[in-house]
Design a protein around this ligand. Structure first.
Ligand code: CS2
Length: 494
């Protein structure tokens, strides 16, 4: 194998010509964005858009200071430190062509567990105009159904006891806003980039709940000095595997320990509601809007819901990747029926053509053979995902006395999924903050199938709806007696 180059600032210019490297001097960049959660998704999405803006338009005022707050992210911290904040975005097209682009927009990095006070200070720095976040669905501690913030969550309780070494975003933000207020500094925009409905509003509600219980005197300052635009974020970004690291070395001579693999498609829609000037991100394809609703609904109810369906049904069958499940005709027929008959009627704020285009595009994105997107990734935290991706469709359909047959099958399959055993008797792990309860309830459901949908914090009062429960019970019985594939074929035929 030819020599590969360890990815860092010094070696950038030695990389082969087909690797795109930053054309700008990273030392000249001013940091105005602090991003919490330097996940693969942040690096394939927001950090990429900002890199493009600096690279193409030499807009030097949008540098990112990355921050991780979880001890489990220590690896990111160590590697980004060694690689001078650089990493490769490894984009893979359906036709097999692939591109390697070194992203340079993360110019600073702080690790919360190492030095929480430094993070609080940085957040309070007036140069920081935007604090953006990817803290995942369950990071908001807000119950979708009750709208209640979980003030008794162990990490939240810890933050209340130890306000100067916080663990949650809420603890950090509160301390930094106290400093801004005390020092008479301006506020900033809080930009949630998580895949949840009304992510800005949700963030606002969680933060206000936390602050009202911990520092009520700060509420007024926060209301006047911060804003919470809602955003819609989209780019399929699988977990990077060792083969990707190896291919980058072999094909592009880059030795990168933290590359991010993603599809070529990406979309970012943001509500135009910034405390400071609106960033010039529209120059690189970001859409600003006054009405995020239609974008969110298309994405969450079509794309994310489809992912969860392929994830749950596919795992039960023994598939490992979205690609495998999306090439199974029975699965895709089932999915299409659900999207056409149950989701489409709920998308009342989008026109027919955009919905059809979105659905068609979705199938080709899922069928990209080069994106090794693991069902294991998709199924993680389903207890936070199902209420966002699937249950709004069920609610809408039931309110309008419309079909929920496919949705009921999916929920029955999710109950079975929580047994942790696929149709070949191979066990898999259930990674979910509610895993204990899900597993226990799934076991009890064998005797009393309704038990599962009686988990109120997920399903609200769905178990009382007879239209839903009659399909659910039928699917539940079939799934207990037959393999998932046969049940899908049967469901498709009837
Ligand atoms: C996935 C998302 O985690 C999930 O359930 O559906 O991560 C999905 O890949 C992204 O939202 C795509 O933008």
């Amino acid at each position: 194998m030819a020599k590969s180059y360890y990815l860092n600032a010094e070696n950038l210019s030695s990389l082969p010509k087909d690797v795109s490297i930053p054309s700008y001097d990273r030392n000249l960049i001013n940091t105005s964005i602090l991003h919490i959660g330097v996940s693969n998704f942040h690096r394939s999405h927001q950090a990429y858009y900002i890199h493009e803006l600096i690279d193409k338009y030499k807009e030097l005022d949008y540098g990112i200071c990355g921050v991780d707050l979880l001890d489990s992210d220590r690896k990111i911290y160590n590697i980004l430190k060694d690689q001078d904040g650089l990493y490769t975005l490894y984009t893979k097209e359906t036709n097999g062509s692939h591109k390697a682009k070194v992203i340079g927009s993360i110019v600073e990095y702080f690790f919360g567990p190492e030095n929480p006070l430094a993070v609080i200070e940085k957040m309070a720095n007036p140069d920081i105009k935007i604090i953006s976040l990817t803290i995942a669905e369950d990071g908001y501690h807000l119950n979708e159904i009750t709208g209640e913030f979980d003030i008794n969550h162990p990490e939240v309780t810890e933050d209340i006891k130890n306000p100067f070494s916080p663990k949650t975003v809420f603890g950090y933000l509160t301390q930094s806003f106290k400093l801004r207020k005390l020092r008479n500094l301006p506020g900033c925009t809080i930009l949630s980039c998580d895949n949840i409905k009304s992510n800005g509003d949700t963030m606002k509600q969680s933060l206000f709940n936390y602050v009202s219980k911990t520092e009520p005197d700060l509420l007024d300052w926060i209301s006047k000095n911060t804003s919470f635009p809602n955003t819609m974020v989209d780019r399929i970004t699988p977990i990077t595997n060792s083969k990707d690291i190896q291919t980058l070395k072999e094909d592009f001579f880059i030795d990168d320990q933290l590359p991010v693999v993603c599809e070529s498609f990406s979309q970012w829609v943001i509500e135009d509601k910034f405390i400071h000037d609106k960033p010039a991100w529209d120059k690189v394809g970001v859409q600003y809007t006054d009405n995020i609703g239609p974008f969110e609904n298309l994405k969450l109810r079509l794309l994310n819901a489809s992912h969860s369906i392929l994830g749950i049904l596919g795992t039960l069958h023994g598939y490992k990747t979205v690609y495998e499940a999306a090439n199974d005709e029975d699965f895709m027929f089932f999915l299409k029926t659900f999207l056409d008959n149950e989701v489409t009627p709920t998308l009342t704020d989008s026109d027919k053509e955009s919905i059809e285009n979105y659905k068609n595009n979705l199938v080709s994105r899922f069928q990209n053979p080069h994106i090794n997107d693991q069902l294991f990734r998709i199924c993680q935290q389903s207890s936070a995902k199902i209420p966002l991706f699937i249950l709004p469709t069920v609610k809408h359909q039931l309110q309008n006395e419309k079909n929920v047959k496919e949705a009921a099958f999916i929920i029955a399959a999710w109950a079975k999924y929580n047994d942790g055993l696929d149709d070949n008797d191979m066990p898999y792990d259930i990674i979910d903050t509610m895993s204990g309860r899900l597993i226990r309830t799934a076991a009890l459901s064998i005797q009393n199938p309704l038990k599962f949908i009686e988990i109120k914090s997920i399903f609200d009062d769905l178990s009382e709806n007879e239209t839903f429960t009659s399909y659910y019970l039928e699917a539940f019985t079939q799934l207990r007696e037959h393999k998932v594939k046969e049940c899908i074929q049967n469901w498709n035929a009837n």
